[in-house]
Design a protein around this ligand. Structure first.
Ligand code: ADP
Length: 573
């Protein structure tokens, strides 16, 4: 697991904020342009900058009514370009149309009179819809059109000298059915062109407004759902933002926004760090502990000054990253060193003791040949035990470093192998009965001897170790010709495993935290290695069944044969 730098969150925040600022600047510019346009055209329909969705709606409503009145038409509507579908879509408000009906009016931006006006940017009059080949029949039916004037909705960007620097067509404006049996003429075109320019400006402004609003919502939702804790305080000590993660980490109430951070946040380290940032501009990284001992959580906090457009400080951002898992693993690694040293010391003491005894008997007078041989056997046994421990640790560290272990697959007699493991473990199983219960006529199995030795040694020594009151340790071997695999079960009558410890049992540094288990020395890496050797190196499966307080049953499967290696690998070898 790698720690995510708190800087990461700060940069995400900065990015979103920059985007948001840019949108707001654009909005202000458009509002300004709109004002300028109003000053230049003298057209009183041009509006004040829109500041809310209702205002936008109202402004446009007034505008369509006014357009319909000025042009003496029965209906007036906007068709705006939907960039996703490439269609011109009826968009409220309109005059003479129901909103629901209006929204169902759609036409491709390449079709009909609307498409023509949209593409060419030129107005168009339809004198008689039944005689004009350019109108689309469906559109005539949907709008009940007799005659029509359609103009483009164009946004123009101008420079300081009032020169047009950019033009964008965002849709078209239709006025339909001249009243009193009249027809639209050149004078109407002139009028509607001016009015449509105002309408386009209002729509563009509103679209930007909604865009900004949506971005704000997006930024807020992103911050709220971030796994990092985010807390923002303004220069008046008020909390302006505290997302769900931060509230959970600092155990704060949901309604802290607007409150004084010194009252809403109980953690002194956080309060001091924010105060330091607010008062003297000091940005720092600190670690805090929340909760007590076993249930403690560790958070890395980084404070940063948030600056306004002119670079002036406008508040403080504190980002929190949960580093509990990293710290727990670090603590486990530290205790691993002491556990390993402890475990290695036991066989080493025995070896040294027996060698010293033998050395002291310089003339080989004190101990007869058989006793000396027994001593040599013990030394040999303990040296072998040491070697097994060291190779377990070495394999764990190789796997941890992402290295692939070398394998040497050969055919083996598994029950015979298990017999050797049992004989090896017997001296440490003073009050246990070790039983091998293997089916007759088991086939030879292909595996790496050292690896399966480590698997069996770990499972059998655990079964002995975690049955402090003795009992039976049974190793059962059965075969399954259908699936072409053997199934090995190592069963004990010891402490068993509590259900809540089961899911993580095969993970590195996991040790059961029960009163019975706690006093038994161990490193918490054995089962992790066993799982990797079985599942990653032998195409087998391993799992455990246990009734807490009544023993455990570790079960693994091994296929009769390991799958062939790919050709190129074999050739290389
Ligand atoms: P350790 O060196 O601690 O024994 P392992 O990885 O071999 O490490 O086992 C992880 C943990 O699983 C042990 O610390 C112990 O709590 C639990 N465990 C393993 N085998 C047994 C078993 N046979 N009975 C009860 N608990 C067991």
């Amino acid at each position: 697991m790698t720690a995510i730098e708190p800087d990461y969150w700060k940069s995400q925040y900065d990015r979103l904020k920059n985007e948001f600022d840019a949108l707001q600047n654009r909005l202000q510019r458009v509002q300004q342009e709109n004002q300028d346009l109003k000053a230049k055209t003298g057209e009183d329909v041009a509006t004040q900058p829109v500041t809310s969705p209702t205002e936008f709606e109202e402004t446009l409503k007034r505008l369509v009514v006014r357009v319909a009145m000025i042009l003496q038409s029965e209906k007036c509507m906007f068709l705006l370009l939907d960039r996703d579908t490439g269609e011109l879509v009826g968009t409220p408000p309109a005059f003479g149309f129901e909103d629901g009906h209006l929204k169902s009016i759609r036409i491709k931006a390449t079709e009909g009179v609307s498409g023509l006006v949209f593409r060419t940017g030129q107005p168009h009059i339809v004198e008689d819809s039944s005689a004009d080949p350019r109108v689309v029949k469906d559109f005539v039916d949907a709008t009940e059109m007799r005659n029509d004037l359609c103009v483009p909705l164009i946004i123009e960007k101008r420079d300081e000298d009032n020169r047009i620097v950019d033009r964008q067509t965002i849709g078209v404006l239709h006025v339909l059915n001249k009243r009193y049996g009249g027809a639209f003429g050149p004078e109407d075109i002139k009028l509607l062109t001016v009015l449509s320019r105002n309408a386009a400006a209002v729509i563009a402004q509103a679209q930007l407004f909604f865009e900004v609003e949506e971005r704000v919502r997006e930024v807020e939702a992103t911050i709220e759902s971030s796994p990092f804790g985010v807390l923002m305080v303004n220069t008046h000590n008020g909390i302006t933002q505290m997302n769900a993660s931060a509230r959970k980490m600092l155990q704060a109430k949901p309604d802290v926004v607007g409150g004084d951070y010194r009252q809403c946040i109980q953690n002194e380290v956080v309060v001091d760090a924010i105060a330091a940032a607010l008062e003297s501009g000091e940005e720092k990284t600190e670690e805090l502990t929340v909760g007590l001992e076993d249930a403690a959580h560790y958070y890395q906090m980084q404070t940063a000054i948030v600056r306004g457009e002119e670079g002036e400080p406008i508040g403080v951002l504190a980002a929190f990253n949960d580093v509990t898992e990293i710290r727990t693993i670090e603590q486990m690694k530290t205790s691993l060193v002491s556990h390993v040293s402890h475990e290695l010391r036991t066989p080493m003491t025995a070896i040294q003791g027996f060698i010293q005894t033998l050395l002291e008997d310089e003339n080989e007078e004190w101990y007869d040949r058989d006793t000396r041989r027994e001593f040599y056997q013990i030394i040999n046994q303990e040296a072998l035990r040491l070697r097994k421990m060291v190779s377990t640790m070495l394999n764990v560290s190789r796997i941890e470093a992402g290295r692939i272990l070398e394998t040497d697959f050969q055919m083996h007699d598994l029950p015979k192998h298990i017999g050797k493991i049992i004989a090896f473990q017997q001296p440490y199983a003073t009050n246990h009965t070790l039983i091998v219960d293997a089916e007759d006529e088991l086939p030879q199995i292909e595996y790496d001897e050292d690896m399966i030795d480590q698997v069996l040694t770990n499972l059998v020594s655990n079964a002995i170790k975690y049955s402090p009151n003795g009992g039976e340790v049974r190793i059962k071997v059965a075969h399954d010709d259908l699936d072409r695999q053997v199934r090995v079960e190592v069963t004990d009558q010891g402490l068993g495993i509590p259900p809540d410890a089961m899911p993580k049992l095969f993970q590195k540094y996991t040790r059961v935290d029960s009163p019975g288990h706690k006093g038994i020395a161990g490193t918490g890496v054995g089962l992790f290695l066993v799982k990797s050797l079985i599942e990653n190196y032998h195409h087998g499966k391993i799992w455990v069944e246990s009734e807490y307080g009544h023993g455990s049953n570790f079960i693994f499967t091994l296929p009769y044969r390991q799958p062939e290696k790919p050709m190129d690998e074999t050739e290389e070898a």
